[in-house]
Design a protein around this ligand. Structure first.
Ligand code: SF4
Length: 330
């Protein structure tokens, strides 16, 4: 591993100033992804700015009923929080479906959103990879891509985003809050990740050197039920082949509100807006759920070895919404 400087920041302004001093300076949260990438040479920062001692940990509620997750709150603390479990169960389930207990105890909310793809070519510096070395090519297109994207990919990159938590946050219309030396701002979670295009190395829409300070979860109706379901290649400690975060609010036998987000299918959490539009106001039936899911997935462009994800995503949407509808009946 290349030598690097280490700074422990105690104020947000200090962390921002330290990070603005070079393009190869990185924030260090739990380190559960970054340190691995440093060990295998994918990342080689000259300086790490440790942000775990900033006053950014904790979960609070605003006067409007939104829940604020501090950026350095651990994944374990978010998953276990009573308000998260009661109001946003899909978020708690998504976090618990990811990684191991030890990793969740270290990993932070902000770091979870900014973790890098687990494409094997990206993690191997001896291979070309447009995301790691722009312009070098994408061997996954013709190579091992059975776990890669089916939606919204480009000839430059077909990687997926690995976060489970981000999928649930997308379904709940979460906002990402950040600070820079020029001030603060926010992005809807669904706008945090850039379209892949020809610049897959430019992954987020955050301003340069921005620090994520928190995530805001808007208030939801008490009648909104939600669930997260993840299909993976082994029973634990694996990234999603396909996952779905879904929420359903049934009123007088009709779908009043529905949220669907997919993981494992694109370079960002995929909010299934087409299916949601078809379902809002409709009577809930498995046939309707199946039809809406099929319409949403008609945009998929599977690669040679991952067409199974199209069927998997359709089935997951139908099953999870059918279960939520049954649970919401009086
Ligand atoms: Fe790199 Fe993306 Fe291609 Fe994987 S899919 S090799 S991350 S460019």
């Amino acid at each position: 591993m290349k030598e690097f400087a280490y700074h422990r920041a105690t104020q947000v302004s200090e962390a921002l100033q330290l990070t603005a001093q070079g393009d190869d300076v990185r924030f260090l949260g739990g380190g559960t992804n970054l340190v691995d990438l440093m060990k295998n040479g994918v990342e080689s920062p000259s300086r790490l700015v440790d942000i775990r001692f900033l006053p950014l940990a904790g979960i609070s509620e605003t006067e409007h009923g939104a829940l604020l997750l501090g950026a350095t709150t651990t994944n374990s603390d978010i998953a276990a929080h009573p308000n998260v479990r009661r109001r946003y169960p899909a978020l708690s389930q998504a976090i618990l479906a990811g990684a191991s207990g030890q990793l969740r105890n270290m990993a932070t909310a902000g770091g979870n959103l900014l973790q890098r793809t687990r494409c094997a070519y990206f993690a191997d510096p001896t291979e070309p990879c447009n995301k790691r070395a722009p312009g070098s090519g994408c061997p996954a297109l013709a190579g091992a891509h059975h776990n890669h994207a089916i939606l919204d990919w480009s000839e430059s990159c077909v990687a997926t985003h690995p976060s489970d938590m981000a999928v649930a946050l997308a379904a709940f219309d979460a906002e990402v809050r950040y600070e820079t030396l020029d001030g603060s701002g926010y992005l809807p979670l669904t706008h945090l990740y850039r379209p892949v295009g020809v610049t897959p190395h430019e992954e987020t829409a955050l301003p340069e050197h921005a620090l994520i300070t928190g995530i805001a979860l808007p208030s939801v109706a008490t009648s909104l039920r939600s669930s997260y379901r993840k299909v993976r290649e082994r029973a634990s400690y694996a990234f999603a082949s396909v996952s779905v975060a879904a929420a359903l609010d049934m009123r007088a036998g009709q779908i009043h509100d529905v949220r669907i987000a997919l993981g494992g299918v694109a370079a960002r959490p995929w909010r299934a807006g087409v299916a949601e539009d078809l379902l809002r106001g409709a009577i809930a039936t498995p046939e309707r759920f199946r039809s809406a899911a099929a319409t949403e997935l008609s945009a998929a462009r599977p690669l040679r070895d991952n067409a199974y994800k199209v069927v998997l995503a359709q089935n997951l949407i139908e099953v999870v919404l059918t279960e939520l509808a049954a649970a919401g009946q009086p």
